[in-house]
Design a protein around this ligand. Structure first.
Ligand code: MN
Ligand code: MN
Ligand code: MN
Length: 273
């Protein structure tokens, strides 16, 4: 099984439309593809009935959540797109995201940048601009030299634009995904830069809240990390997922269908699908 279960489209902060994403996945030999946009199912919904037959499309999304003051991401896979509990949750997140965009803009304006709210909204195509849209705007408008600097100095962890207290709790987002019959996956565990002990606690809380799996593979990563995360799944009785976290072409560390495969010791998320 060549699966890529974490990808973004233009419905959130990805650069390809759902149709373009599926074509690229198909070319890359991916036979199971999940579209997991941030806090929306608009992308997957728009294409679900029209997908080519050589790619099995898994409906999903990536929900931002808060756990003990830390921002974490939970991917929901194989969800019922019409479930009302999940739809309500998504609406709540989108209101939070719109408000957060205003908060980020205020902080950036305070730091001396100009026109950021309108600029980021324009790039997002809606009110729910995320940090990548702000970064893009700062670069395009010549106020910051590149994307990396925008995150490093202004939008990344602990910087002015890092606003996360607006999100739902870990328990709530897992609850929404479960209500929609989906598999709740803790996304990219290494990205949170937690100590091993804290990561253990996060996994315990994740299991206690009804979570099902963790991403053992997230884009290009070294074998030692894969090994560590595989052992984490077996300690906590969790399934394993794998995805690129693809947002756009030209990022070799997150290229569609190019992430390493799951270790054979892992039980894959699709076991029960
Ligand atoms: Mn993103
Ligand atoms: Mn994420
Ligand atoms: Mn993602």
């Amino acid at each position: 099984m060549h699966a890529d279960l974490h990808t973004h489209t233009t419905a959130s902060d990805g650069q390809l439309t759902p149709a373009e994403l599926i074509n690229r996945a198909s070319t890359a030999g991916v036979d199971m593809l999940a579209i997991t946009d941030h806090d929306t199912v608009a992308g997957i919904q728009s294409i679900y009935d029209r997908a080519p037959h050589n790619v099995r499309l898994i409906p999903g999304l990536e929900l931002s959540a808060i756990w003990r003051n830390a921002g974490v991401h939970v991917v929901g896979l194989n969800i019922d797109l019409d479930n009302t509990v999940l739809s309500q949750g998504i609406k709540q997140q989108q209101r939070a995201r719109a408000k957060r965009a205003e908060d980020i803009a205020r902080k950036l304006e305070h730091a001396g940048f100009k026109g950021v709210l309108d600029g980021a909204r324009q790039l997002a195509g809606n009110d729910c601009a995320g940090r990548p849209h702000f970064a893009q705007f700062l670069v395009h408008s010549g106020q910051v030299k590149d994307f990396k600097t925008a995150f490093k100095k202004h939008l990344g962890r602990g910087k002015a634009g890092d606003i996360k207290n607006c999100w739902a709790s870990l328990e709530d987002v897992i609850g929404w995904i479960s209500a929609a019959g989906g598999t709740a996956v803790l996304a990219h565990p290494a990205k949170y830069k937690m100590t091993n002990m804290r990561l253990e606690e996060l996994c315990k809380a994740f299991v206690a809240a009804g979570g099902h799996a963790i991403e053992v593979i997230s884009g290009a990563q070294d074998a030692a990390l894969t090994d560590k995360l595989a052992r984490l799944t077996s300690r906590h009785g969790l399934l394993a997922s794998c995805g690129s976290d693809f947002h756009q072409p030209g990022q070799p560390w997150a290229e569609l269908g190019q992430a390493p495969t799951l270790p054979s010791s892992c039980r894959p998320v699709w076991e029960y699908w």
